[in-house]
Design a binder for this molecule. Sequence first.
Ligand SMILES: *Cc1c(COP(=O)(O)O)cnc(C)c1O
Length: 515
Amino acid sequence: MSDDRSENGNDNGGGHANGNGYDQARWTRNGQYEPLLSEKNQTRVEIGTDVDSPLPDELTRDDLELPELSEPELARHYTRLSQMIYGIDSGPYPLGSCTMKYNPKFTEDVAALPSAAVHPDRDPESVQGTLEVLARLQDYLGRIGGMDAVTLQPPAGAAGEFVGIRVAAAYHEHNGEGHRHEVIIPESAHGTNFATAALGGYDVVSLPSDDAGRVDLEALEAALSEDTAALMLTNPNTLGLFERDITEIAEMVHDVGGLLYYDGANLNALLGRARPGDMGFDVMHYNVHKTFATPHGGGGPGAGPVGVVEDLAPFLPAPRVRAVDGDGRDEGDSNATPSKYELFDPEHTIGQVHGYQGNWLVLVKAFAYIARLGDEGLTDASAKAVLNANYLASQVDYEVPYGPFHHEFVASAGEQDAADVAKRMLDYGVHPPTTKWPEIVSGALMTEPTEIESKSTLDTLANAFNAVAGEDSETLEAAPERTTARRIDQTSAARNPRLSWHALTGGEEDGERET
Ligand SMILES: *Cc1c(COP(=O)(O)O)cnc(C)c1O
């Protein structure tokens, strides 16, 4: 081992000032936080110069400095790094709408099966099993959402939105309705909805909420016209409120010839109970990381499949997978036993939006998760997601202005600053909720515990909320105190970002970066 034991240790000192037993690790060595691998043992490796390189001389080198470390040193390095941050494997992560869930390890095992490692250019005849998984996933998602056809290509929910809006645009164009230039979006919607509509070339019409936090039908009536291409909605909405007038809303939108888009971020509240297709939605995306516990992709590489009703299916991205030659039945029929799967291009396709069928290994995890849970398990997941949100809300001291809600609730930080509340919650060993959005609740603390947490974890979360609710602004502004990195200067971080590596020193109490 190369580590110097006397210099290397967790410098927390063992005190638990806030009495909650939480201290994030601060692994230091020579006063510096866990060094980079390249700052540990170095060895020079000759790479030789006799290779005829097409690169200019100043860009070639004849030796390379590489870290020389044993496997335990490597494992410990990454374990320490993982202890200096907060993740879903560290504790609860109640990010409303953005929905962080534990990623079950069995889906990792399935994705690691040798048979999952197929080359995407293989002849479809030779990868029938792979195509079957994709076709069955399309079928599962279609049945869960009440949609007739599904593409698996988009690499994230936001990318799915863009594809969905492009499909809607192609549909209107095809019907000689290309003049429709407006997309209506409730003001409480996720920022990606607005970005999607704008990127799709549409003018955004922002829709105010009514006093109960739902779509204001009069405002919707006023906004709808023959210029309306689509209304984008999530249901339950970002306040966790079910849009009870959804069938009326769908009728109103369809009456003017518009389409209804479902943002699937909150689908975990409805699994096995209600389907967007049955409510009148025409096109939707699925955030498989929010609903089916696949890893988040940071905007990709994840998966954000898109489902559509029959009329829109010809416009989906190409290629898609379908079953042929079976007992005469096509996709969408779970009882079919097709003998063959093939790729095909939908008749009026908008084209290809991602390589091959999208992020296959993420899709495999979603498939495994859905198959393992089955109808009963998925219905149970939505029950627990809603129960957990309602239990947690009943335990927190902060005011929750809107309800009754489903899988998430939005509390108000009141006199406190929501961002300070969030920083302080980290000191209690829990991740804070989503803050300051939606803006219709001042000091929004948008909280979604998800179905994965036990009652005792929910109690830990409630205790953290309530401890922070009772603290003064001085304490909140000094937070976080017990994390590896302290509060950063967010303005400087945005205005003057340092984009190359600087050692983070452990000696300074505020965890400032060395210059
Ligand atoms: C997360 C989210 C999105 C975007 O989805 P990504 O998969 O993160 O790209 C869109 N709408 C809502 C309501 C969301 O919460």
